[in-house]
Design a protein around this ligand. Structure first.
Ligand SMILES: Nc1ncnc2c1ncn2[C@@H]1O[C@H](COP(=O)(O)OP(=O)(O)OP(=O)(O)O)[C@@H](O)[C@H]1O
Ligand SMILES: [Mg+2]
Length: 409
């Protein structure tokens, strides 16, 4: 599909605009959200902004290179920020700063409990096995906590730009949906009902509900065992003081995501699945009236010598291959052997290069086709491209190289 090219997404303009306060990097699993979020954070800091990057589960080497050695839920300063002045060698201090933190889902959850319950209650909740498994494994907890942390960082107001990486999930939409889902669960009827038998009085209709509920509890007891059920009940009654709080906070952060100053970047690899997810997400942001800045197409295949087509490259490879097989057995005169070996080795190398080139050209064409499909469906969504690097991005230098693609075209 070759339609009109999309408008270019100028990420530098976005990060240089002081009105931009929150950038959220979304996308489906493994497309490069963490890498792009870190690269944006670094570039913004090197452009003079005071930035905090909230990362989720960064690869270990990348985390280390950003000074993130423990999951302690606190923004840590990243050393090694450079400005253009410094690069020019005049030793000026960088005007901007970069902090980074790794989201510790359980720690964030614990902090909420500590902040909202008196110390005895808090201790009781924290020690509760049901709480412990909920806080570390409930589907959506990570998304909820990422939003929660974003809210906290925004309220702290210590940074002028917050870059948010989102949790790995199959669907980018989970980031928007999971917090509400978790809040609904925590505020929800099921949990309320579980605590109901302890609370309701003798009124007839409540007895009736209770009778029905007794059956449910009975079944649950069978499935879960009495101890677990008791854990759930004590947990929920301990959370009583906080009921409503989870949903309210999820709502607060949701509003934050709609506020002026927030920009969503959807990250996708130039592959069908990732772009389909990106498409859903773009549509959803539109329905929610959340501000989309554009799409970052990450790991785009770059082909040197793109003027040599895949077909011509393959044809040349075939000719060479034929010549090589025709040559076997010749060149066995002792004096000419080394020269013939060299020549054969050179031919093999050329053959490999031609085949590789043809593969890359074919892949690049496929990528352009799927990217074209996205743009045909969303012609107004600006797109920036970041090429596939030769190796994984695991240090500041690597992040900086990614950042070089963020300028205007
Ligand atoms: N442009 C690129 N070129 C080469 N490697 C890249 C590029 N972008 C990301 N990577 C590598 O791809 C891997 C996945 O990237 P990353 O962790 O940023 O993805 P993610 O979307 O955050 O994944 P998850 O959904 O699991 O959180 C990492 O090893 C990273 O170094
Ligand atoms: Mg990630």
């Amino acid at each position: 599909m070759t339609g009109r090219p999309p408008p270019w997404l100028d990420v530098d303009r976005l990060i240089d605009d002081r009105r931009t306060r929150i950038i959220v990097c979304c996308g489906s699993g493994g497309v490069g959200k963490t890498t792009i979020a870190a690269a944006i954070g670094l570039r913004a800091a090197e452009h003079g902004r005071h930035v905090v990057v909230l990362t989720v589960d960064p690869a270990r080497r990348l985390a280390q290179s950003m000074g993130l050695t423990s999951l302690d839920n606190t923004p840590r300063p990243v050393r090694g920020i450079k400005t253009r002045d410094q690069e020019a060698g005049n030793g000026a201090e960088p005007a901007g700063s970069l902090h980074a933190m790794m989201l510790d889902m359980k720690r964030t959850f614990d902090e909420i409990v500590e902040a909202h319950a008196d110390p005895d209650r808090a201790a009781q909740i924290l020690a509760n096995p049901f709480y412990q498994s909920l806080s570390s494994s409930f589907a959506g907890t990570q998304e909820y906590m990422a939003m929660e942390k974003l809210g906290q960082l925004r309220r702290a107001d210590e940074w002028d730009l917050i870059v948010v990486d989102t949790p790995p999930s199959r669907s980018a939409l989970d980031f928007l949906d999971a917090p509400q889902r978790l809040a609904r669960f925590l505020d929800g009827k099921l949990l309320r009902l579980l605590t109901a038998p302890a609370k309701v009085g003798g009124r007839a209709y409540l007895r009736a509900i209770n009778a029905g509920f007794g059956v449910v509890t009975g079944v649950l007891t069978k499935i879960l065992g009495t101890q677990v059920l008791r854990d759930v009940q004590t947990f929920v009654s301990a959370l009583d003081t906080m009921f409503g709080g989870f949903r309210e906070r999820a709502d607060y952060t949701y509003q934050l995501l709609r506020a002026p100053g927030t920009a969503f970047l959807v990250v996708a690899a130039p592959e069908e699945d990732a772009l389909r997810e990106a498409s859903y997400f773009v549509e959803r942001l539109d329905t929610e009236r959340m501000p989309l800045a554009g799409l970052i197409l990450n790991r785009v295949q770059q082909v040197p010598a793109a003027h040599l087509s895949a077909a011509r490259s393959m044809a040349a490879a075939e000719v060479l291959q034929a010549a090589m097989s025709g040559n076997t057995g010749s060149g066995n005169a002792a004096s000419g052997k080394t020269g013939a070996d060299d020549q054969a080795a050179a031919r093999r190398l050329t053959l490999t290069a031609l085949q590789l080139h043809a593969d890359r050209m074919t892949q690049a064409a496929a990528e352009r086709r799927v990217a074209g499909g996205f743009t045909a469906a969303h012609p107004l969504v600006p797109v920036a491209e970041v090429p596939a690097q030769a190796e994984d991005v695991h240090d500041l230098e690597g992040l900086r190289r990614i950042g070089e693609w963020f300028g205007p075209r």
